[in-house]
Design a protein. Structure first.
Lengths: 345, 332
């Protein structure tokens, strides 16, 4: 009798968590759709939703077709995809290293991709997919380097983070070096790119980005169960029959692909990878996978940040600056709460 | 330490600093012969181009010596009071804090002289240091390297977003700010040096006087209290000196990282953990490192120059990585 009661409690708890997860995910999806359509509707000219839908279904509407189809749609799609991939990749790193502060933009991987992209833009003067490939390759190299350097003895998340911060410093020095060597004329563009911006997105960069996000986000989400086992620590994970090295490698590879590809398209958008995971985690609670919610929160952060950056001030700010400043207070709360519970050590 | 070894250290320091000064005056985009440098230094009425070049190089050499010394001492003090091997102005985000305050000063209060930069920079550095340290030392285990480093990295990421938000809409501020993004000693002039020197020299003197107490502190707070050291006061005075040193340097040079990180570690390898030697030798080591970095930057960057802050980051980041690799997992 007692056992059945316990079983019921466990089952009810499970169902309650599933319901909460589903509700939150649906709400987040709704908010994402709302923000996306607002980005399509607002701009220098405001179009009603009906016109937006007409344009999206391929009807020729005078004026609106150009403004929405050529300018706003690529911008919105890029923001959406990049937000999702930053969110999911950041969450993967944070969960795997068991430290909410260990997101790719803090431990140097984003900077690694930025170095490659800045080099391509400023020195080689190429753009498009070649930049993305260079960013991915360099991001992978940097991630591999950090991993190898931190591997001495047993794997330690703390050591990896410290080494990542060191690598980050070198990458930033390299970027400064490239900026100084570059033609004065190109520098403002590079600076703008480096603060993360959706300006001037073109439709031609969307399909590849879309493919990459779909493929690697799917891999990460499929491995989601293994990720939560990995979170228990290596020993428990091996005991439970998980191939830790293989799982970690595929997760890291996919996350780096997402990060590097998105960084190459929009530049590093501050704090999205960093904030999405913890926010999603608080919304859906513990014990459920927060891969999908993190992606949605990431998209909401980017799209919302872009709306604020475009319309809230009399100067247009790139989205990365808005997210960077909005992220700061949350960061403080996170740091303080985390240190109080001893989670960082 | 034996007297003979101290003598060797003193002589080696003097010789190497003198060597640095001469190299700094000689090398650069334009190479000037040793004999000429000497004659230009003593005949101040010469007006040839080379003489002007040498005279231009004097303030930056002087500044790189005192700025390097300050950063070295600042790092030694911070590492000692936090008992943390990676405490350094650049890792604690102190430099970014100083940058934000100076940029805001330029943008909103239209400051433009070195002494005004100085006060804003000191304020920003102080606030950021206190903030990062208190956030990093909350919770179990106090300020462990990893918590401190993450608190610093995260805070400086947030602060640099704010810096961008201030400068992006203002082209004129962007120009005034440019030398600030990467630390460099090239912006030094006599007015600036005179404005910051009292702070730097004062900070170094406080640091040197605090060394016996810091030695006691290294034994642990209980032992230090037992030896009659007022731990709280020693900590706050040394922290104050450390922040003043890096804040004032940043005011004139912009953020120069990693000097304070790598010099004390190297010095400890050479002359052991006794702070009475570590602090003054860190001053010497920092001066040498920054001057050499500046010279290298000038040589690599010919015909322009490469900021010293970039060079020190390239030397210093690997040192941080080595420290992280050697540290025991538990102590991280």
């Amino acid at each position: 009798m007692k056992n059945i009661d316990n079983l019921n409690i466990v089952r009810q708890g499970f169902i309650r968590r599933r319901v909460r997860w589903l509700t939150i995910t649906l709400i987040l999806t709704a908010v994402t759709i709302l923000l996306s359509s607002m980005l399509l509707m607002y701009g220098s000219t405001r179009y009603p939703l009906s016109k937006v839908i007409q344009v999206l279904f391929g009807e020729e509407v005078k004026g609106a077709s150009f403004a929405i189809g050529t300018i706003r749609l690529p911008r919105m799609l890029a923001g959406l995809l990049v937000g999702i991939s930053f969110g999911i990749a950041g969450n993967t790193f944070q969960t795997m290293l068991r430290n909410p502060l260990a997101s790719p933009d803090i431990i140097g991987i984003t900077s690694g991709s930025s170095v490659a992209a800045v080099f391509c833009i400023l020195i080689l003067k190429i753009s498009g997919n070649a930049v993305s490939i260079a960013a991915v390759v360099f991001g992978l190299l940097v991630a591999g380097l950090i991993y190898l350097l931190s591997k001495g003895g047993s794997f330690s998340g703390g050591r990896l983070i410290l080494i990542g911060i060191g690598i980050q410093a070198m990458m930033n020095a390299t970027i400064s070096f490239l900026l100084l060597r570059a033609n004065q004329y190109d520098v403002p563009a590079a600076l703008r790119w480096m603060s993360g911006s959706l300006n001037g997105m073109q439709m031609k960069s969307i399909p590849t980005l879309f493919l990459v996000v779909i493929i690697f986000a799917a891999i990460i989400l499929l491995l989601g169960k293994h990720l939560s086992i990995l979170e228990l620590g290596d020993q428990s994970a091996i005991t439970l029959g998980l191939r830790t090295d293989f799982t970690r490698l595929s997760l890291v590879l996919s996350a780096v692909f997402l990060i590097a590809f998105s960084t190459a398209v929009t530049g590093p958008i501050a704090f999205v990878a960093f904030l999405a995971g913890p926010i999603a985690g608080r919304l859906v609670g513990t014990g459920v996978s927060n891969g999908i919610p993190s992606g949605l929160v990431g998209a909401i952060l980017v799209l919302g940040g872009d709306l604020i950056g475009q319309f809230a001030f009399n100067v247009r700010f790139p989205v990365g600056i808005v997210t960077g400043i909005m992220g700061a207070p949350y960061l403080l709360i996170l740091l303080i709460r985390m240190n109080r519970t001893g989670g960082a050590a | 330490m034996r007297i003979s070894k101290i003598m060797i250290l003193v002589i080696a320091s003097i010789v190497s600093i003198a060597l640095c000064i001469f190299c700094s005056l000689t090398f650069g985009a334009r190479y000037i012969k040793f004999n000429d440098v000497v004659s230009y230094l003593f005949n101040t009425d010469q007006t040839s181009f080379a003489a002007l070049v040498v005279r231009e190089r004097i303030p930056r050499t002087v500044f790189s010596i005192i700025a390097g010394a300050s950063l070295g001492v600042s790092g030694a003090l911070m590492q000692s009071i936090t008992r943390n091997p990676i405490a350094d102005p650049s890792i604690l985000g102190v430099n970014t804090g100083a940058s934000l305050f100076v940029v805001s000063g330029i943008a909103f209060f239209h400051i433009n002289s070195a002494s005004q930069y100085l006060w804003f920079s000191l304020l920003g550095a102080g606030l950021t240091a206190v903030f990062v340290y208190s956030v990093g030392s909350l919770g179990r285990g106090g300020a462990t390297p990893i918590k401190l480093a993450l608190a610093g990295a995260a805070t400086s990421a947030a602060l640099s977003s704010m810096v961008s938000a201030v400068i992006l809409p203002r082209t004129e501020v962007m120009n005034a700010f440019r030398f600030w993004q990467v630390g460099s000693v090239s912006g030094a002039n006599w007015d600036g040096i005179i404005a910051v020197s009292p702070f730097l020299i004062g900070g170094i003197i406080i640091g040197i006087f605090a060394t016996p107490a810091l030695n006691a502190l290294a034994l642990g707070d209980e032992v230090a209290t037992g030896l009659g050291v007022r731990t709280g006061m020693v900590r706050s005075i040394s922290a104050f000196a450390g922040v003043i040193l890096c804040g004032a340097t940043t005011a004139l040079a912009g953020p120069i990282g990693f000097v304070g990180l790598m010099i004390p570690h190297t010095i400890r390898l050479i002359c052991g953990p006794d702070m009475r030697y570590v602090v003054p030798m860190s001053a010497v080591g920092g001066a040498i490192l920054l001057t050499i970095s500046d010279i290298i930057g000038r040589l690599i960057g010919t015909p322009g120059e490469l900021e010293a802050g970039i060079i020190t980051a390239f030397f210093g980041a690997p040192i941080l990585i080595i420290i992280a690799m050697r540290a025991k997992v538990r102590s991280i």
